[in-house]
Design a protein around this ligand. Sequence first.
Ligand code: NAP
Length: 461
Amino acid sequence: MTTPGSAAHPWRIAIIGAGPAGFYAAEHFFKQTDLHVHVDLYDRLPTPFGLVRAGVAPDHEKIKNVTRVFDRTASHENFRFFGNVEYGSDIALDDLRQHYHQVCFTTGAQVDRTLGIPGEELERSHSATEFVAWYNGHPDYRDLQFDLSQESVAIIGVGNVAIDVARILCKTVDELKSTDIADHALDALSESRIKEVILMGRRGPAQAAFTLKEIKEMAELEDATAVTLDHEMELDPHSQAHLEENPDRSTSKKLDVLNEMIGGTNPDASRTCSIRFLVSPTELIDDGSGAVGGMRVVRNRLEPSETRLSARATDETFEWPVGLVFRSVGYRGVALPGLPFNDSWGIVHNSAGRITDGNNSTLPGCYVAGWIKRGPTGVIGTNKPDAVETVECMLEDLAAGLHFNPTSDEIPQFIRDRQPDFFSYEDWQKLDQLETSRGEASGRPRVKVTRVQEMIAAVKG
Ligand code: NAP
């Protein structure tokens, strides 16, 4: 059998998930100029770009410029987008096997990790991932309700997602209204009565996961003061020794910024963002109506463990009267039908992107890239080398004859039969134009359409 990749027998690839990892994988396929490659990129939403659209904070407009690179990839003559087509319901692995030589899954990490503490299931206890998807207008989350009439909010975790949520809660409507935040979120946030946002780090300031730029922004809010406490900023001997042995400019600078926050950055502000360290929630307390009315908290100390300094609970406990809680302790991937899943890591079993059965035996033709491959780490650009690594494996396997042997190339018809309302890239571009022109009228980058049916009606009439 001839190796696919000639003009007569193009190499046909399906990528499932149109976020950064999916686009970076497509880009690398098109760099193989000695091969004829056809790439079909699928997404369960009509809109592409994954977390660039539904995860990046609305006030981080510049980060979203990466979509111009994705647009360039999409302009390749052998690229097709099939939006509004869901793997697992509209199409199955067997369908892909019949139409493609190889499939790469880039579905990301869509759900949050839980804490496993009592009261986590109470009303007014949410995951940050849901809140982020809500304010970014993700159709699956746009109808959620968050009780912003509460005065005090706790966010558990001190990663960049936690900082994004804190910043959005602390910004004024004036600061938000020039962004592409979803209209329903802007309306709800304009009624917010939140006065205090508490970010909770279980370890110390030297171990905080947020990055320098993100923490600096907390000191620049128009009407909120960012506060740290001097006794929590004092480094314990383990952290001090670790920093001396492993000097790290970025951590030192973050510590400088956090130290400048002792006493507050903006004393006249009407909102406070307290950035707390060495504290963990142990229970969310029911206010008697099934909703969060408070939080039991324990003070931690740091102890060296095998790989890092870990938080250990002390006997010191306290109770905070918070009425709304967001846990922001990391994302996890969702298992994909027909593929082996590592439940403890929340990723598909793989070796450098080749899907395995968990015991180093590979599933020929099936690959992963991005967060579903390595877990939810790094910035958008981290997905580029990650996707390149996977595509290189796919190239090697193609040359070795390890691929599916598709029996049909009638893909658009097959998709139309399964999902008549699929979105092509041209459909998305029409929606994009509509959103941006609506935005122009009100001085915003775009006004998002947040329901799938409205997207279909707007584009297909
Ligand atoms: P993350 O960076 O991994 O941070 C997770 C936080 O949760 C850490 O502070 C972690 O503390 C804490 N945590 C985990 N388990 C906990 C527990 N049981 N109790 C209390 N705290 C716990 O995750 P993320 O914030 O979800 O971000 C995901 C990725 O997206 C990151 O790479 C992030 O940089 C990136 N991102 C970037 C941007 C941006 O560039 N602006 C924006 C958003 C997200 P420990 O350190 O103690 O484990």
